[in-house]
Design a protein around this ligand. Structure first.
Ligand SMILES: [Zn+2]
Length: 378
């Protein structure tokens, strides 16, 4: 498990992937990074089939329920909890199905519910776009998986409604003006055991096969709040029970990283594909419980509360938040919740003591209704 400990002050309406990491950059800044010797971008050996429609499409996710101003989007305090769906074991002999998303590919085609992300074109370096790099890697991952008997959907930025698969892997690359480098992998905020196992499997192979370092402190709020993970808010997102990760393969703005992710997409692809295959081999396909992300109700702080970087009183203080700050819990360790805490316009990710929270009541301000209409279910 990776702990998100960074303090955040979000000024964006909603989160998108590939926003600045701690050593962040803007697209313009990345584009103006002085170029050394440009590396040729190998072209994919096969055209992708990003319009492929998965054979299994589950029921559409419920419409967005609350809080247009922030992700993750929890249910309103007064919402009636619905029974979690029971994952259906795959029939014996069914080949596993994996969705590979080419980050930012045709983002201008994103549906209305994600229209704010249509201009999210990702990192860029010396005329090479992130989508090109992501695609060159993704098609090679597909080829390896297909050769191993896996059914693969190559997906653009737009995810089919309630996309249901044995694994969903979003492939991205990073940009930075501060010399950051390396790869990182993140799961959704509320992580099922299956998503965690998928992350650990790919993390175990990607670094070894590519030789790239892990960007250990680089996981961002935007990675974990990735729009395609957010089945609560978006129709065009993974199904609740689809194991999912986002892989930042390396930095386009770093020459050593480019030697792999741009010049050797075959190596980057093998690093991802072997991890996916390892996960598929290790998992128990009949373990439906592993597919269910944990659920907590909405809490509020019952007094001024410390948000800390770890589940201990000695951990670094992230912030002090006043009573009645909203607490969106996504993990628990003993007497501590790991959560996103909202105090006014500020949001903090860290750990709060369980005893300093209380369940939401009808007197708590309900979140405003979503500003965006729910997506359609074709
Ligand atoms: Zn990206």
């Amino acid at each position: 498990m990776r702990l998100i400990t960074c303090l955040i002050l979000l000024h964006f309406f909603i989160l998108a992937a590939c926003a600045p990491a701690p050593a962040g950059t803007t697209e313009r800044e990345a584009a103006s990074t002085p170029a050394a010797t440009p590396l040729p971008l190998p072209s994919p050996t096969q055209p992708p089939s990003p319009t492929a429609t998965p054979a299994r499409v589950a029921q559409a996710a419920p419409p967005p329920m609350s809080d247009a101003a922030a992700e993750p989007a929890p249910p309103t305090p007064t919402a009636t909890p619905s029974a979690p769906p029971t994952p259906t074991p795959r029939p014996p002999g069914t080949p596993p199905r994996v969705g590979l998303q080419i980050g930012h590919l045709r983002s201008h085609e994103l549906p209305e519910e994600q229209a704010h992300l249509r201009t999210s074109t990702g990192a860029r370096w010396n005329g090479i776009t992130e989508a090109q790099v992501n695609e060159a890697i993704a098609v090679r991952v597909r080829d390896i998986l297909v050769a191993a008997g896996v059914e693969v959907d190559l997906l653009p930025a737009t995810v089919p409604p309630a996309y249901d698969a044995d694994a969903f892997v979003a492939i991205h690359a990073d940009g930075s003006v501060e010399g950051a480098r390396g790869w990182k992998i993140a799961t959704p905020w509320r992580t099922s055991a299956a998503s965690r196992a998928l992350m650990e499997a790919v993390a175990a192979t990607y670094g070894v096969i590519t030789g790239l370092p892990e960007d250990r402190n680089g996981i961002t709020i935007n990675m974990r709040g990735y729009y395609a993970f957010n089945y609560r808010r978006h129709t065009h997102a993974i199904a609740r029970t689809t194991p999912a990760i986002i892989v930042e393969t390396g930095f386009l703005t770093n020459a050593a990283d480019r030697e792999i992710i741009v010049a050797r997409p075959d190596l980057a692809a093998r690093g991802i594909a072997e991890g996916i295959l390892r996960y598929l081999k290790q998992r128990d396909p009949n373990d439906g419980a592993a597919l269910l992300p944990p659920e907590w109700p909405i809490f509020y702080t019952n007094a001024e509360t410390a948000v800390r970087a770890g589940p201990a009183e000695t951990a670094r203080l992230v912030a002090r938040v006043p009573a009645d700050s909203r607490v969106f819990v996504f993990n628990q360790a003993g007497e501590w919740y790991e959560a996103m805490v909202r105090a006014g316009d500020a949001r903090y990710v860290g750990w709060v003591r369980v005893e300093q929270t209380r369940p939401a009541t009808a007197n708590d301000n309900p979140a405003p209704p979503p500003a965006e209409p729910p997506g359609t279910n074709p």
